[in-house]
Design a protein around this ligand. Structure first.
Ligand code: FAD
Ligand code: SF4
Length: 505
């Protein structure tokens, strides 16, 4: 064998650099459904189905191109338990002249494979930027934030710029327009998202996962993620036709029982590399050019991918494996059990976790301003929060989950992903959702029997961290509001927070 090409479960890109110059007579692809990858953390059944079904479809596609695929199924008798074991066996069996693999999006996997055999690592051309470029853009700057990176990426791509290189609509972002809530009547009609057609391969994987991983969280039933490139392209087309037009206005809104709203639900397909960020953005840009979607929606959507997604990868790769252990706020608590079970009387959390159990998905504001916010106010250890996230979300891959959880939502990286913590009281959730209307708590109250846990923990968080955040101009208003509280009120809030921790800890 000339080349053994490792294709990992999140590298299902037929245009990958690892497949360049593939010689069917002398090269082979190796793909492994490793039990360790499915169990090193408890993982949602839909997440397991996603990976296994997409991998099996990809292998079929490669075989149809006349390529040899050494495919190890997790349910094969004597299947290798780990990616490293599988690689060692292939090396023993085939003695390849070289082993190729695209850089993994998980430091743990990279270390395990490096320890198993010498590998020629290749740049992942799925992305619109490289980690080296991210580092170079930030080098020498006192401050390097998403907005700096995003503007540079807009200039590089020329997307949404006029002939003079200025942003269309006269602004680089339309955040202010994109913060509408739904109001008392709720979102009204929402288009929903299509189910991906389930075929024999996916059905077999659903049955296998239910049988082999019965204790994994969630259910595999109702699996609807795209697992082939064709399905992913169909989902993209559906989003552009039906939901992109509303993506901007209500980007930050939450409605109970409405998981999709105007979101694309393309993250899993993107992260498995079934579709590329370029083609997703170009589809949105074409919709704008043809007058099918407004600028605030298209810019908002492009910013998530060209900006945040690329920035997160730069952070993960650029800052190295130690990023995973960052804990700037010294948070040590275990994430509370109700984040697995949904057994809580907090309506916003019950709705988001219940949805997670069913769909393995929550949209961005549920992640950031409900689940992530609670974890931060609770004082959860950021690495444990990240583990919880990796377990339950269908689209979680280390490179994108870690910066978002550890950095953006827990503010444990000290300001790389965000210059201030995303901290808010129940009043924010009340403003942006309909959750509080059916909740037994009152978002305005920080103490007393109806005190909203978010509100209690918010003031307690500010009170305990005030000294740390005094120098941060973006925290000035929140701290000024804290300063207006009397010493008695602050003491009462501390007692309420302690009692709350005692009660639900
Ligand atoms: P849309 O709202 O339709 O957005 C379009 C696309 O933009 C997404 O598909 C995604 O590819 C990209 N995107 C948007 N925001 C981000 C972001 N902050 N970072 C990276 N990409 C972004 N995204 C993941 O793909 N995997 C994760 O594990 C993940 N974990 C997150 C954890 C937390 C605490 C937070 C706050 C965000 C996380 N995100 C993650 C980012 C974002 O919430 C999801 O990408 C998005 O909710 C996925 O749903 P969607 O495809 O409907 O996205
Ligand atoms: Fe959530 Fe508090 Fe609102 Fe209840 S009152 S839904 S706990 S924010």
């Amino acid at each position: 064998m000339r080349r053994l090409i490792l294709v990992l479960g999140d590298q299902l890109d037929a245009r990958s650099a690892a497949l360049d110059g593939f010689d069917p007579a002398r090269d082979a692809i190796q793909m492994t459904e490793a039990a360790e990858e499915a169990t090193y953390l408890a993982q949602h059944k839909k997440r397991l189905v996603l990976f296994f079904a997409a991998m099996r479809h990809f292998a079929e596609g490669q075989r149809a191109e006349g390529r040899t695929v050494l495919y190890r199924r997790v349910d094969d008798p004597g299947a290798p338990g780990t990616l490293a074991d599988s690689l060692r066996r292939a090396v023993a069996d085939h003695a390849p002249e070289e082993i190729l693999c695209v850089e993994p999006g998980d430091w743990r996997v990279r270390a395990a494979l490096d320890a198993a055999a010498p590998i020629r690592w290749l740049e992942d051309r799925h992305f619109l930027s490289t980690p080296a470029e991210w580092l170079a853009m930030g080098a020498g700057r006192k401050r390097f934030i998403l907005e700096d990176f995003y503007r540079e990426m807009r200039r590089r791509t020329g997307w949404l710029l006029d002939e003079a290189g200025q942003p269309l609509g006269g602004a680089w972002n339309f955040d202010k327009e994109n913060r509408k809530s739904f109001g008392p009547d709720g979102p009204g009609f929402t288009p929903g998202r299509p189910d991906a057609p389930d075929d024999a391969i996916t059905r077999e994987v659903v049955r296998m996962v239910e049988a082999r991983f019965p204790d994994a969280p969630g259910s595999a039933v109702g699996f609807a993620e795209p697992v082939t490139r064709a399905q992913a392209l169909a989902h993209l087309a559906d989003f552009v036709a039906h939901r992109l037009c509303g993506f901007g206005d209500h980007q930050d809104a939450i409605a109970m029982g409405e998981p999709t709203l105007w979101h694309s639900r393309l993250s899993a397909a993107l992260n498995l590399k079934l579709i590329s960020p370029r083609e997703v953005c170009e589809a949105a840009l074409a919709a704008y050019a043809e007058g099918r979607a407004p600028l605030n929606a298209v810019e908002g959507f492009v910013r998530q991918i060209l900006g945040w997604r690329e920035f997160a990868r730069g952070v993960y790769v650029g800052l190295g494996p130690s990023y995973l252990d960052r804990n700037e706020l010294g948070a040590t608590a275990e994430p509370p059990r109700f984040l697995w079970t949904a057994e809580t009387d907090m309506a916003c959390i019950r709705d988001a976790v219940g949805q997670l159990q069913r769909e393995a998905y929550a949209h961005h504001i549920q992640r950031l301003m409900v689940l992530g916010l609670f974890l931060m106010l609770w004082g959860a250890n950021p690495r444990r929060a990240h583990d919880w996230h990796m377990a339950l979300f269908v689209d979680a891959i280390d490179w994108v989950s870690a910066p978002n959880v550890i950095g953006m939502s827990q503010h444990a990286d000290g300001g790389v992903m965000g210059t201030k913590p995303y901290c808010a009281s129940g009043a924010y959730i009340d403003r942006m959702s309909d959750c509080c209307r059916s909740c037994r708590y009152d978002p305005k109250q920080a103490t007393g029997p109806k005190a909203c846990p978010f509100t209690t923990l918010y003031w307690d968080f500010l009170d305990r961290r005030a000294a740390r955040f005094r120098g941060n101009m973006r925290m000035k208003m929140q701290l000024a509001n804290l300063d207006r509280k009397s010493p008695e009120d602050r003491a009462a809030i501390r007692r309420a927070a302690d009692a709350l921790r005692e009660r639900i800890g």
